[in-house]
Design a binder for this molecule. Sequence first.
Ligand code: MRU
Length: 348
Amino acid sequence: MTDLFAVRWVGPAERGGPAVALLDQTALPDREEVRYCRDVDTLAEAIRSLRVRGAPALGVAAAWGVVLGALAGTSPRAVADLLASQRPTAVNLAWACHRVAAIGEDPEALAAEARRIEEDNAEACHAMGRHGADLLAATLGDRPQRLLTHCNTGMLACQGIGTAFGVARTVFADGRLAQLLVDETRPLLQGARLTAYEAGALGMPHAVVADSAAASLMAAGEVDAVLVGADRIAANGDTANKIGTLGLAVLAQHYRVPFLVVAPVSTIDLDTPGGGDIEIEERDPDEVRTALGLVRLAPEGSPARNPAFDVTPAALVGAIVTERGVVDAPYTGALSRLAGAQAVAAGN
Ligand code: MRU
């Protein structure tokens, strides 16, 4: 296995550069293929088709996309607008490319900002991992932990160890992980294809489960905590994440299982007051009607719906783990302090 990465910048002086290199996640777990995006349109297609995905990784890819565009003489703001429009729900995408575009036109200065976003993200993952693992130890005690996660929130979704997955990885490093239960995550199977791939590569004990198995596993007392990432956290704590997250949160409340959202402060969007204000990406119904486009599951022409995300109300979120610490309800004041401090640090 090559070293896993989501996004890598290939500078103009390097062989094959300038390019935004992506480990094409649509080919995993079968093939490890690196895709070199040498122009902004190729990168936009890669974002739309989930060759790169996961909120923080989308941000890093788009940040480098602005640099790529500037090197070709395209206005940074125009590139940022184009890339941000490819996927509406993950706030990190728009946040990162507009942050880079705000620097100006000089490609070197833009590249320095993109690099900062990438490095900050990796550091944030480590801090979230530690905070989350400490919180779980304080909540669950010394017993080996059976953690359930949804979608993919690991190295492939971030530049770093990941968000929710990074917490599980830290628990594993601490010698406390009994098993990571990996929701397959219909319809595009980010859990089965990507999270299981990462867990396997790291030697973490894990088992892929059908999304619909979560209820009976929780009922049987086989889940000690649920860990999920986020694509956008509204000012009141309502959290958009991969479709299926809301169902897990409802179950977790019913069965009194801790439900934790793990996300960097850059995923908190104070401009979005509540979950009802979050735009939910609706994707091609064929993603539901087929298995990864390979096998037809529903009759051709059957109507299908494919909302890619759902919103978990803050009332169902046990705690939000960020790189700056853990917050719990009531969220409004705590999130505004965290994200407000970030805006000041970034000079916004
Ligand atoms: O459609 P995707 O695969 O980009 O969705 C990803 C998720 O929903 C993740 O849980 C979220 O982006 C957090 S990634 C650290």
